[in-house]
Write a protein that binds this ligand. Structure first.
Ligand SMILES: Nc1ncnc2c1ncn2[C@@H]1O[C@H](COP(=O)(O)OP(=O)(O)OP(=O)(O)O)[C@@H](O)[C@H]1O
Length: 310
C-alpha cells in the first residue's frame, strides 16, 4: 500500500505537490492522472525517496522509503524505461542490478521469462525496440519480487499489442495482491487498466476513488431511446423524466433503462432502441481537470484553423 499524507514539495516559487493525501491499495491497479506539470513525477520521486518533501510524508507498506530495510524487495519502479547501459545485454543489465542489490542470479532468468525476453537476453540493449526496453524496465522493477510497483508512462510509444501485454501484466500483478501505481496520458488505455484512480491538478488532489465512480459522478449520462410511437413515449415520460429529442431519438435523463422500458411498455410504445449512454474516462477527466491545466490549449474551431491556414 502507498499512503501519502499532506505531501508537499516546493521548487522555489513553484509548489509542485501541495498537501497531497491519497492511498493506493494493495491488490488494485491505481491510475495516477493529471495534466502536464500537475506534479505526478515529483510525487513518484517522493514515494521513492529520490526527493525530500518539504512537509507531509509518504509511506510504502507503512514505512518511509528511505527507512525500508530491503527497498528493492519492497518497491519496484520504472520511471524512465529508456535509460539503460546501451552497450550491455538485457541479461547483463539485470545481472548487474541483481548483484548490486544482493539478489540471486537465478531471479534474473525468472524475470526475463516473465516479460518474454529470454530469447533476446544476450542481445545488446542498444538493439532493443522501445517495446523490448519497456519490458526490460518491468523486468528490472520485478527483480526483488516487490509488493509495490510504480510505473511512469509504461505504455508510451507502444503498439496495441504491446499495450495489451502490459495491461494484462499489471492486472496479473494486482491479482497477486501487489500494489500497482501507474501513470499514463493515454486515457482510453487507462480506462481499461486501472481499477482505482488518483487524479491531481496543480499539485493538489482532485479525485481519489474507483474508476467506475469517477466516470459515473462526473460525466453526462442518459438513455437513448428510439420508437415509432413517439407520441405515446412523450406522454409516458412527461413529468417522470427530463428528455430531449433529436434525429428521431429521445435522450432521457433521470431514469434508468429498466424504468424507461417499463413506462414505454405500459404506454404501448414499441422500442427500437434503449441504450444507456455511459460517460468516458476522457470526458470525466476533461470536466474535472479543466481548471487545473497549467497552460490551457486554445480551442480549435473551423474559423481559427482556417485563419491559421491563411
Ligand atoms: N527539479 C525541479 N526544479 C524546478 N521545478 C520543478 C522540478 N521538478 C518539477 N518542477 C516543477 O514542478 C511542477 C510539477 O512537475 P512534474 O514533473 O512533477 O509534473 P508532471 O505531472 O509529472 O508533468 P508531466 O505530465 O508533464 O510529466 C511543474 O511546474 C514543474 O515545472
Amino acid at each position: 500500500m502507498i499512503e501519502a499524507t499532506a505531501l508537499t514539495k516546493r521548487y522555489g516559487a513553484t509548489t509542485a505537490v501541495n498537501e497531497l493525501t491519497f492511498t493506493a491499495r494493495s491488490g488494485r491497479v491505481t491510475g495516477f492522472l493529471g495534466p502536464n506539470g500537475a506534479g505526478k513525477s515529483t510525487t513518484m520521486r517522493l514515494i521513492l525517496g529520490l526527493d525530500t518533501p518539504d512537509a507531509g510524508h509518504v509511506l510504502v507498506d507503512g514505512v518511509p522509503y528511505r527507512e525500508l530495510k530491503d527497498p528493492l524487495r519492497t518497491v519496484g519502479a520504472m520511471l524512465d524505461a529508456t535509460w539503460r547501459h546501451p552497450g550491455r545485454s538485457g541479461r547483463d543489465h539485470l545481472r548487474w542490478l541483481a548483484a548490486t542489490n544482493g539478489i540471486p542470479d537465478k531471479r534474473v532468468e525468472e524475470v526475463l521469462a516473465l516479460v518474454g525476453l529470454t530469447s533476446v537476453g544476450k542481445t545488446r540493449v542498444l538493439q532493443y525496440s522501445l517495446g523490448m526496453q519497456q519490458r526490460l524496465g518491468i523486468a528490472a522493477a520485478m527483480l526483488g519480487d516487490p509488493r509495490v510497483l510504480l510505473f511512469d508512462e509504461p505504455v508510451n510509444g507502444l503498439d496495441p499489442e504491446g499495450m495489451a501485454w502490459i495491461r494484462q501484466l499489471l492486472h496479473l500483478l494486482a491479482d497477486q495482491g501487489r500494489t500497482v501505481f501507474v501513470s499514463s496520458h493515454l486515457l482510453p488505455e487507462m480506462a481499461q487498466t486501472a481499477q482505482d484512480l488518483v487524479v491531481i491538478g496543480r499539485g493538489r488532489l482532485i479525485y481519489q476513488g474507483t474508476m467506475d465512480d469517477f466516470i459515473a459522478q462526473t460525466s453526462e449520462h442518459g438513455v437513448r431511446v428510439r420508437t415509432p410511437h413517439a407520441d405515446q413515449l412523450r406522454a409516458a415520460l412527461a413529468g417522470q423524466a427530463e428528455f430531449t429529442e433529436a434525429d428521431g431519438a429521445f435522450l432521457v435523463s433521470g431514469l434508468d433503462s429498466d424504468r424507461i422500458g417499463q413506462l414505454a411498455f405500459d404506454a404501448g410504445a414499441t422500442l427500437h432502441e434503449l441504450s444507456p449512454i455511459t460517460g468516458s474516462l476522457e470526458q470525466a477527466y476533461l470536466d474535472l481537470t479543466r481548471d487545473a491545466v497549467e497552460f490551457a490549449v486554445p480551442s480549435v474551431s473551423p474559423a481559427s484553423s482556417s485563419e491559421a491556414a491563411r
